[in-house]
Design a binder for this molecule. Sequence first.
Ligand code: UP5
Ligand code: MG
Length: 190
Amino acid sequence: LAEKHPKVVFVLGGPGSGKGTQCEKIVQHFGYTHLSAGDLLRAEKNSGSENGIMIQNMMNEGKIVPSEVTIKLLQKAMLDSGNDKFLIDGFPRNEENRAAFEALTKIEPEFVLYFNCPEKEMERRILNRNQGREDDNIETIRKRFKVFLESSLPVIEYYKGKGKVREIDAAKPVEEVFEEVKAIFNPKVP
Ligand code: UP5
Ligand code: MG
């Protein structure tokens, strides 16, 4: 995988900050392949894999699935796609995820998109989503927020220290957020 020198952008932000929504729009405009780590884990769970029950239990507690499981799914999806430009959405979620991905894939992200959104707004969005996600209940949402603050924000801080974070005000309407996103991917277009 590393020999192909794929271009990777990590897309991070709290639960419900709009990562998936914005990634779909980036795909349409900029030719990336969107890989949501959460979606890959949900598909793995539904495939009846030996890890299915473990994945389900961890997601229902808002906990972070062991790196090796997630990274294996990401690597396979990258190879299967045939593309060389990826949006990796919702990963890495903790320092261990980050270090393991780097060690196993030898891939460094080009930059990190960070969708910054107040918790109240993220909560409102998730409770309105209604797509049958088992983790979209208020108890699990609170746990997801706690894990985000404790484990995922430090990853964003790490990349800030490397000058790689492109922070976006994600509290605005979808189209306004995407205007900011576009400027990051395509700084020349007015
Ligand atoms: N919406 C979006 N943008 C909006 C806007 N600007 N204004 C108003 N509404 C907006 O959006 C959420 C909802 O808000 C949608 O209804 C949308 O229409 C609306 P979405 O784009 O889905 O937000 P997103 O940030 O993708 O929210 P998501 O709930 O997917 O984020 P999470 O990070 O919580 O979920 P994820 O699927 O990444 O992970 C779920 C769980 O999987 C984790 O809790 C964890 O247990 C596990 N996991 C791992 O263990 N490891 C991983 O690497 C990844 C996940
Ligand atoms: Mg998502």
